[in-house]
Design a protein around this ligand. Structure first.
Ligand code: C2E
Ligand code: CA
Ligand code: CA
Ligand code: CA
Length: 274
């Protein structure tokens, strides 16, 4: 750190050093955790507007012995920067597909893809081999992507997604409404479903413009033959509004929190005998 110079520069140096050390530390610990199979997956149910659960979304969890639970919002971006996301994602994909293939009820399984995978991975080859290894029916796998995956190399992303659709998996546009050019993406890419971001859902009953946007997105999705999921549904008021608007699928704490799959054994049909 600078010893002389204005206070702000010294602060900036130490703050930046702290962040760099934090990143290096996370990367090192994440590496050993991935290698010893120490990550976990939680599963969050997705329901029809009738309440019937039809799918689960797999979400990565990392319990750090010293730091406690580290949120994927923290470690995913660091893993994307270091390239570790590729190794991490392969684990998540295999684990989630293997898990879903073991369920007595054939519910869908949603897995998040990183934009980095579109740049540095042969996704159709990876997905193809995971499906054949695990025996999961392709139509049960939903790959969730954000606009970030499409922005960098649009043409290549379109080729990749088209190949993935040929394999028979579903492609879902995640966090809809938070990016910049959503409308042309809807027209140009083969999505089977769109997920309205939680930031709109949480404003139902608070901000009338959020309702107008949700109404428009559901109409738009349906006119393009896409199912629409609302994420982050926490209240009965939100659920009622979404139902009235004809939203197809509901996800959020109101239906169920992300949790180890054992806590949803009655839904998956894998009830463990006492
Ligand atoms: P996401 O894909 O948008 O996932 C939904 C996030 O919203 C999850 O946060 C979930 O726990 C949270 N959530 C669900 N329902 C509610 C609700 O009713 N209220 C509130 N307040 N939150 C709700 P989580 O698990 O912390 O994950 C954050 C993000 O990290 C995910 O956002 C996803 O972008 C990323 N992520 C998580 N697991 C993976 C993974 O395996 N691979 C990749 N590439 N990204 C992942
Ligand atoms: Ca997601
Ligand atoms: Ca989302
Ligand atoms: Ca999100």
């Amino acid at each position: 750190a600078k010893r002389d110079g204005p206070e702000s520069i010294r602060f900036f140096d130490t703050e930046m050093e702290r962040r760099i050390r934090h990143r290096a530390c996370i990367q090192r610990d994440l590496q050993s955790t991935i290698e010893r199979n120490g990550l976990d997956l939680h599963y969050q149910p997705v329901a029809l507007d009738t309440g019937e659960v039809v799918a689960f979304e797999a979400l990565a969890r990392w319990y750090h012995p010293k730091k406690g639970n580290i949120s994927p919002g923290d470690f995913i971006p660091i893993a994307e920067e270091s390239g570790q996301i590729l190794q991490l994602s392969r684990w998540v994909l295999r684990q989630a597909c293997q898990q879903a293939a073991s369920w007595k009820r054939p519910l869908d399984i949603a897995v998040n893809l990183s934009p980095v995978q579109f740049q540095h991975e042969d996704l159709p080859a990876l997905i193809g081999s995971v499906l054949s290894e695990t025996g999961l029916a392709p139509k049960r796998l939903e790959l969730e992507i954000t606009e970030g995956a499409l922005i960098l190399d649009c043409d290549r992303a379109l080729v990749t997604l088209t190949k993935l659709r040929k394999i028979g998996v579903q492609i879902v546009l995640d966090d809809f409404g938070t990016g910049y050019s959503s409308l042309s993406y809807l027209r140009d890419f083969p999505f089977s479903k769109i997920k309205i971001d939680r930031s709109f859902i949480e404003k139902i009953g608070v901000q009338d413009s959020a309702k107008a946007i949700i109404h428009a997105v559901i109409g738009l999705g349906h006119s393009m033959k896409m199912a629409v999921t609302a994420e982050g549904v926490e209240t009965e008021e939100q659920l009622k509004y979404l139902r009235d608007e004809g939203c197809d699928l509901i996800q959020g704490y109101l239906i169920g929190r992300p949790a180890p799959i054992e806590s949803y054994a009655t839904l998956t049909g894998n009830i463990v005998s006492p």
